[in-house]
Ligand binder design. Structure first.
Ligand SMILES: Nc1nc2c(c(=O)[nH]1)N[C@H]1C(S)=C(S)[C@@H](COP(=O)(O)OP(=O)(O)OC[C@H]3O[C@@H](n4cnc5c(N)ncnc54)[C@H](O)[C@@H]3O)O[C@H]1N2
Ligand code: MOO
Length: 497
């Protein structure tokens, strides 16, 4: 297949369209060739800016109709079985390697791995701590709501037809039971105050006029029961409000509190240990002397929390195989996430260490770009390890491909509804792997972003979602499956708790 008309520099164009080109060349070329236009439809520059880096690259717009549609959908047809542990041996190799797993299959295997684990006992969480957990038991009302007849408006409680004599004093929200009214009388009442016995309606402040004799008249027709919220209007005590399995959102917290709950019984967050590998990583200041800043230590904990996890530890381990082995064997987490060390380099210790610990490798590389060296292992009967590649966007890809389904099942969260949107611009495909491409959602289109190379976070930091681009690519206007990023669906305070 040839990427038609991509003015992305001769080499890049060749690499993107040639099956036998080195995978890394393909990957780098795709990162630069992705053809987003320089402007959003509504004006304003795309986060990638208007120019591609490097000589010989155009402004990034795909001039032609783009690549041919995928021949056979999103999945390469599922090599890698996942039906049992895969062999160790030489490090991960790519390009239709029979050991690797298709992207959809890898996600299934990760979800299924978690389903095989006995669920931890439910916890009783105070409301604050329950945000983001999943209800282990249904919520039934502990009280009628409202728990007493209450005024829906500020005004007067009135008894019988007007005009009314207004009595001294009135009822505020929080007052104990007020004196009953008698026919032809009224009393000031505030929204949320208890309704005096024998009240027939509430007259809103703005609908009442007082005559010279101090008698209250209604300027509108007043119906019986108007602006009174009767006890139990929303629910009766014992009534079912929410089923087990509901995600505890801020609204659920509010409802639970209103219905009388101080704590909720919920599925505990899966515990995650994060081990960041790499001697080259700095934790502060500017990159120097060949060393770079650790981008994953600061990124992963809040992202993992957004996926339902409790992050017990983030440890920087360097490239020390012994320290890694020690850390893995001591971890009591439900899931260990490592970063880096998944490829074929001299200090890529993850696979050999898993081997020496006797772990089962469930996924040994995935047909996805970026991130193909990612892995999933069962380290103990009730513990898994996701090995994220060190390249930061490749790590995001591994997080979404393997950690997300696994944590979702452990945390008993509902699966997001899959959805597709047409792409505003065409996206080159990898010759044989799925691509995950950071995109922004604009109106009813997804706009793929540039700066989507494996080592780049610039695209994803501006993105709302990842577009799933099947082998062969997608043309402008073709539908792409989209995976929402956690911040797209909810504000920081909502989902990153
Ligand atoms: N001979 C091969 N080399 C590589 C292959 C391959 O298949 N054969 N795959 C490449 C791909 S694709 C990826 S992705 C990376 C994966 O590498 P590792 O998981 O072993 O990660 P490292 O080598 O440790 O690091 C890769 C790269 O990322 C930087 N890095 C690592 N950790 C961090 C961090 N926490 N924050 C920011 N940057 C990080 C690291 O410095 C390297 O530049 O392997 C390719 N090589
Ligand atoms: O292609 Mo790697 O998997 O750079 O991310």
């Amino acid at each position: 297949m040839t990427a038609r008309g991509a003015q992305t520099g001769e080499d890049a164009g060749k690499a993107a369209g040639t099956r036998d080109t080195e995978d890394l060349d393909v990957e780098e070329a795709l990162a630069l060739a992705n053809g987003s236009a320089g402007h959003f439809p509504g004006g304003g520059d795309l986060p990638g800016g208007g120019h591609l880096p490097g000589p010989g690259f155009g402004p990034g717009r795909l001039p032609g109709p783009g690549p041919a549609p995928a021949a056979d959908g999103a999945a390469s047809p599922g090599h890698g079985t996942g039906s049992g542990p895969l062999p160790y041996g030489t490090p991960y190799a790519s390009q239709a390697d029979p050991r690797t797993t298709s992207w959809p299959r890898a996600r299934e295997i990760a979800g299924r791995a978690a389903r095989g684990i006995a669920r931890r006992s439910p916890v009783s969480a105070v409301l604050d701590a329950a945000l983001g957990l999943v209800l282990a038991e249904p919520v039934a009302a502990l009280t009628d709501l409202p728990s007493f007849d209450t005024s829906a408006m500020d005004g007067w409680a009135v008894a019988g037809p007007g005009p009314w004599d207004v009595r001294e004093g009135g009822s505020l929200a929080g007052d104990a039971q007020p004196e009953p009214l008698t026919d032809g009388t009224a009393a000031r009442i505030a929204t949320g105050a208890r309704i005096p016995q024998d009240t027939t309606a509430v007259l809103r402040t703005e609908h009442g006029r007082t005559d010279a004799k101090g008698r209250l008249h209604s300027v509108r027709e007043l119906s019986h029961g108007q602006d009174i919220r009767p006890r139990g209007q929303e629910c009766r005590s014992g009534e079912h409000l929410l089923p087990a399995g509901t995600l505890v959102t801020p609204a659920v917290l509010g409802l639970a509190a209103a219905a009388g709950y101080d704590t909720l019984t919920a599925v505990p967050r899966p515990r995650v240990d994060v081990f960041v590998l790499g001697d080259e990583l700095l934790t502060e200041g500017l990159p120097r002397d060949g060393r770079i800043r650790d981008a994953l230590g600061p990124m992963l904990p809040s992202w993992l929390r957004a996926l339902g996890a409790e992050v017990a530890a983030v440890r920087r381990i360097g490239d020390d195989a012994k320290a890694l082995q020690k850390a893995l064997s001591r971890s009591a987490a439900d899931l260990i996430v490592t970063t880096g060390g998944t490829a074929a380099g001299p200090v890529d210790h993850v696979r050999p260490t898993l081997h020496s610990l006797g772990a089962d490798l469930l996924v040994d590389g995935v047909d996805v770009r970026p991130g193909h060296p990612m892995l999933l292992a069962r380290t103990k009967e009730d513990q898994h390890l996701v090995g994220l590649p060190g390249n930061p966007l490749a790590a995001v890809s591994g997080l979404i491909t393997l950690a997300e389904p696994l944590l979702r099942v452990l945390a008993a969260r509902p699966a997001p509804e899959p959805y597709t949107l047409p792409l505003r611009d065409g996206v080159h495909g990898h010759p044989h792997d799925t691509r995950l491409v950071p995109s922004v959602l604009r109106g009813d289109h997804a706009v793929p972003l540039r700066y989507n190379g494996p080592a780049m976070l610039r695209g994803v930091a501006a993105a709302d979602a990842l577009a799933v681009v099947p082998a062969g690519g997608l043309r402008a206007g073709q539908e792409a499956e989209l995976l929402d990023l956690p911040w797209a669906a909810a504000g920081i305070g909502v989902c990153f708790t």
